[in-house]
Design a protein around this ligand. Structure first.
Ligand code: PLP
Length: 428
C-alpha cells in the first residue's frame, strides 16, 4: 500500500467515512501561511487550519519555546505537581482576559473545555443549594463540540449531531438572535429576540444551570454574526434568574473577530469562558475553561469540596510553553491593525461575488470572510481546485469562508478572495 492508500483505508479523518474516504492532500511541512506538499508545491492555508494558526504555522517564537520545553520536560501529571510553563501560561491568560475571569482549568481540546464548563455550572448550582438546576439553554445555530454533553447543546435540527438526537439529553433551544451584527438594534424585546429568552427563563429557569453560546459569531453552525446588544440583554436576564452565562470563544478568541475576544464587542464578560484552538497559535492542542473567583470559591464549598474533573494531560508543559509564547505575540497589540486591514480588504474584494445568482449573502468580521450561497457547496470541488490554485479552502454547508493567519500579505489575501469568488461563480 502507498502511504495515501494506507491513509484512505485505515485512518479516519474528521467527519469522514472509511467506505468512501474522499480525497486528501498529503502535507509534509507547514510554514507561515503555507501548507507544503512532499514535492515542495504549496497552498495558502486560508482556514488557519480551522481557526488555530493565527500567527502562521511554525512560528519561530513558539517553536523555540516548545523546543526548549521539550528538552526539559515534555510532560508530568498535574495532580499534586505544578510547573513553570503552567504558571507562565496562566499569568499570560490573566493579563489578556477581562478582569474577574481568572480561575483557569486547563484541558486538552475545545470539546472537553465545554464539558468542563457545563459541569462547573451544575456543580456551582448544587453548591448554591439549587440542585434542580441541571439543564441548559442555548440558541439555535450553535456548535460546541463533538462530545456527548457538548453535542446536546449544538443545534439539534440543522446542526451536525441530529443523527444522535434520540440519545442526547434534551436542552432548551431559543431561536438564534434575529438582529445581525451591524444592523440597527430595536429596543422592543419581541423584535430583538430577548422576549423568547425572558419567557423561557420565567417558565423553566428553576431547572436551568446556564445559558451557553458563542458570543457574536456562530462558527460551524452557519458563520452567522449577530448583534452584540443581544448578549447584554441576555446577561441581565440570566443574572435575574440565577442562570450562569457561559461563552464559548473556542473559535473566536484571540483576535479573530477584530477584538481580543468576540465578547468585547458587547463589553460584557460571562461567568465561565471556554477557550481553545488559537490558544497555542495552532502548534499543539490546549484548551481552557476560565471561571470567576466566586464560582471557583462556591464549587470548593460544595459537598464534594473539589471540582470533579482532571484530564491526564491537564496543563501539559509542552502545550503551556507553546501557549505562553503564542499569547506573548498578541500582547503588543500589533495584530489589531493587521486584522483591521484584513477585514477591510476582504470586505472590498468579496463584493465581486455580490451579484452572482447563487450568492445569498456576503459578510466579514475581523479576519473572517464569508460568502453564503443559496445552496449547499460541495467541498470536494474546492479540494480538487486547491492543487492548481494553491489556495486551501474547505467550504461547509452553504458557506464558502476563510479565516486566514493574521500574517497573510495583501497579495496572498487577494489570491484567497479571488478563489472564493471564483468558487461562488462556479457554484452559481
Ligand atoms: N466550540 C466551538 C465554538 C468550536 O468551533 C469548536 C470546534 O470547531 C469546538 C467548540 C470544539 O473544539 P474541539 O474541536 O477542539 O474539540
Amino acid at each position: 500500500m502507498t502511504p495515501t492508500e494506507f491513509d484512505a483505508c485505515h485512518l479516519w479523518h474528521p467527519y469522514s467515512s472509511l467506505s468512501d474516504p474522499g480525497p486528501t492532500h498529503m502535507i509534509a511541512e507547514a510554514e507561515g501561511v503555507w501548507l507544503i506538499r512532499p514535492d515542495g508545491t504549496r497552498m495558502i492555508d486560508a482556514m488557519s487550519s480551522w481557526w488555530c494558526a493565527s500567527h502562521g504555522h511554525r512560528h519561530p517564537v513558539i517553536v523555540a519555546a516548545m523546543e526548549a520545553q521539550l528538552r526539559r520536560m515534555p510532560h508530568v501529571m498535574f495532580g499534586g505537581l505544578t510547573h513553570q510553563p503552567a504558571i507562565d501560561m496562566g499569568r499570560s491568560l490573566t493579563r489578556l482576559l477581562p478582569q474577574g475571569l481568572d480561575r483557569i482549568f486547563f484541558c486538552d481540546s475545545g470539546s472537553v473545555s465545554v464539558e468542563v464548563a457545563l459541569k462547573m455550572a451544575v456543580q456551582y448550582q448544587m453548591a448554591m443549594g439549587r440542585g434542580n438546576k441541571t439543564g441548559f439553554a442555548t440558541i439555535r445555530g450553535g456548535y460546541h463540540g463533538d462530545s456527548w454533553k457538548a453535542m446536546s447543546v449544538c443545534d439539534p435540527v440543522n446542526g451536525m449531531h441530529g443523527l444522535f438526537r434520540g440519545a442526547l439529553s434534551i436542552q432548551n433551544f431559543l431561536p438564534r438572535p434575529p438582529v445581525r451584527f451591524g444592523e440597527a438594534w430595536p429596543d422592543a424585546p419581541d423584535r430583538n429576540g430577548l422576549a423568547g429568552l425572558e419567557a423561557l427563563l420565567a417558565a423553566k429557569g428553576n431547572g436551568i444551570a446556564a445559558l451557553i453560546l458563542e458570543p457574536v459569531v456562530q462558527g460551524a453552525g452557519g458563520m452567522y454574526f449577530y448583534h452584540p446588544e443581544w448578549l447584554r440583554g441576555a446577561k441581565a436576564l440570566c443574572a435575574a434568574h440565577d442562570v450562569l452565562l457561559i461563552f464559548d470563544e473556542i473559535a473566536t478568541g484571540f483576535g479573530r473577530s477584530g477584538r481580543m475576544f468576540a465578547m468585547d464587542h458587547a463589553g460584557i464578560t460571562p461567568d465561565i469562558l471556554c477557550l481553545g484552538k488559537a490558544l497555542t497559535g495552532g502548534h499543539i492542542s490546549l484548551a481552557a475553561t476560565v471561571a470567576t473567583a466566586h464560582i471557583a470559591a462556591e464549587i470548593g464549598n460544595d459537598a464534594a469540596g473539589v471540582f470533579m474533573h482532571g484530564p491526564t494531560y491537564m496543563a501539559n508543559p509542552l502545550a503551556c510553553a507553546a501557549g505562553a509564547a503564542s499569547l506573548s505575540l498578541l500582547e503588543d497589540g500589533a495584530w489589531r491593525d493587521r486584522v483591521a486591514q484584513i477585514e477591510t480588504q476582504m470586505r472590498e474584494e468579496l463584493e465581486a461575488a455580490r451579484n452572482l445568482p447563487g450568492v445569498a449573502d456576503i459578510r466579514t468580521l475581523g479576519a473572517i470572510g464569508v460568502i453564503e450561497m443559496k445552496d449547499r457547496v460541495d467541498p470536494r470541488i474546492a479540494h480538487a481546485r486547491a492543487s492548481r490554485t494553491g489556495i486551501w479552502l474547505r467550504p461547509f454547508g452553504r458557506n464558502i469562508y476563510c479565516m486566514p493567519p493574521f500574517i497573510i500579505t495583501p497579495e496572498q489575501l487577494s489570491r484567497v478572495t479571488a478563489e472564493m469568488v471564483s468558487l461562488a461563480a462556479g457554484a452559481s
